[in-house]
Ligand binder design. Structure first.
Ligand code: CP3
Length: 382
């Protein structure tokens, strides 16, 4: 990671400029949207993402739907992951399960960052215990040119799943999401999960034109995916740049930032709150914020008080309970969660979450207990 301090005067100005211009106008949303009818407008999650303090802290968990829940394992059975995502009734049911069980303050659509890529026609599967595996990796300018166009009509199963879930959720907001250009491109280039993304980072420098074309393609796909979810009823969205923490600031700014900005820009007119999250992004936080987001997700490696300082106190923060603490016993978890909430109280608002996804072998009872603990905690400054 490059070593420039993240709190210099130039960063300061950039962060402030962006935060001031964050859009709030939801008049472009369809008439029945929960932020238009008002059903989710006052939900703690939406209020916090709009930088307002709430009586109780909103809490949800990345990967809250999934293998930690016995009802998930029963409903999924042996249905392949992508087939489950494209079955609207099943995807809606899996979306609702964690809200019913844990009383989280939000649902997140049961889907995957690779879904719109698969719907564009790229051969991809999601293997249990591995992650996305791409049939033919995309490594040359020629491969990039041959990537198919995503027909927005192909997103119909996602739209149907969102509608079904939103109908059941009442005043609980649904979070839509997408993969950010760097993370998606890394799966396409590497052909599957990769620790260092060496091929992806080599491609940026070896053939910048091919890289930018690939990143622009993934940005268009993700923007279409987010837009479809918002128009169908999602009240907030999160852009996952899970693997971006492997980049230097210089490479992020040169090769990635404009493409993530294009995704946020592609839904800016709709006025729903947008969260930006990646792992190991302490040194990239300001540059990621500048790509455009209304709130920043932070993993467990950086204290929320420090994150808030780097962002000049301008962004609501989401995070960042260490998932390891879910296995450390109630006393240690309670102490850690309270530390996270105290650090988060420095920010304009705080959405409690883990620093990354729920591990599959988590005892779901611990998550329910944690939600209750967060809700019982006195409000920040109160
Ligand atoms: O509850 C939720 O958070 C919503 C659902 C969700 C899934 N994937 C379902 C899923 C979300 C938001 C994602 C995003 C996603 N997918 C990311 C970004 C978030 C992150 O973890 O950083 C990434 C990198 C992927 C790609 C991917 N898909 C991975 C790395 C894996 C894990 C492979 C494994 O089995 O460990 C998947 C599969 C996946 N996505 C599962 C679920 C519930 C497990 C599939 C199963 O149950 O067989």
């Amino acid at each position: 990671m490059s070593g420039a301090p993240a709190s210099g005067a130039r960063d300061n100005d950039r962060v402030m400029d962006h935060a001031k211009s964050a859009p709030r106008d939801t008049s472009a949303l369809p008439a029945g949207h929960p932020l238009v009818t008002g059903r989710t407008t006052d939900a703690p999650l939406i209020q916090a993402l709009r930088a307002r303090q709430t009586a109780t802290r909103p809490v949800w968990f990345m990967r809250q739907a999934g293998r930690s829940l016995p009802e998930y394992r029963r409903a999924r059975g042996t249905i392949p992951m992508l087939d489950a995502c494209l079955n609207p009734e099943l995807a809606a049911e899996l979306t609702l399960q964690p809200v019913r069980r844990h009383h989280t303050d939000a649902a997140i659509l049961f889907s995957d960052i690779m879904v719109p890529i698969a719907l564009a026609g790229v051969g991809v599967t999601i293997e249990a215990g591995i992650g996305p595996v791409v049939d033919s990796p995309v490594r040359t300018a020629h491969d990039v040119v041959r990537l198919p166009h995503l027909d927005p009509e192909a997103l119909a199963p996602v739209v149907a799943a969102v509608r079904l879930a939103v109908r059941e959720l009442g005043s609980t907001p649904l979070i839509g999401f997408a993969g950010a250009p760097y993370t998606l491109a890394s799966y396409l280039v590497e052909g599957g999960p990769s620790r260092d993304q060496l091929r992806t980072r080599a491609m940026m420098h070896a053939d910048p034109a091919a890289w930018h074309a690939l990143a622009a393609w993934t940005a268009a796909v993700s923007a279409a995916f987010l837009r479809a979810q918002i128009l169908a009823g999602a009240s907030a969205v999160q852009l996952f740049d899970s693997w971006v923490g492997g980049l230097s600031r210089a490479d992020y700014r040169r090769f990635v930032q404009e493409h993530s900005a294009a995704v946020f820009g592609g839904v800016a007119d709709l006025g729903v709150p947008r969260v930006h999250f990646g792992l190991g992004t302490a040194e990239l936080l300001v540059d990621m914020a500048e790509a455009g987001a209304d709130a920043m997700g932070v993993d467990h490696r950086l204290g929320l008080d420090e994150a808030n300082e780097r962002l000049c106190g301008r962004y609501p923060l989401q995070g960042n309970i260490d998932p390891a603490l879910l296995f450390a016993g109630e006393r240690a978890l309670a102490a850690h969660a309270r530390e996270v909430m105290a650090a988060g109280a420095q920010a304009p608002a705080h959405v409690v979450n883990l620093g990354h996804g729920v591990p599959p072998d988590t005892d779901p009872g611990v998550l329910t207990w944690l939600v209750d603990l967060v809700h019982a905690e006195p409000p920040a400054g109160g």
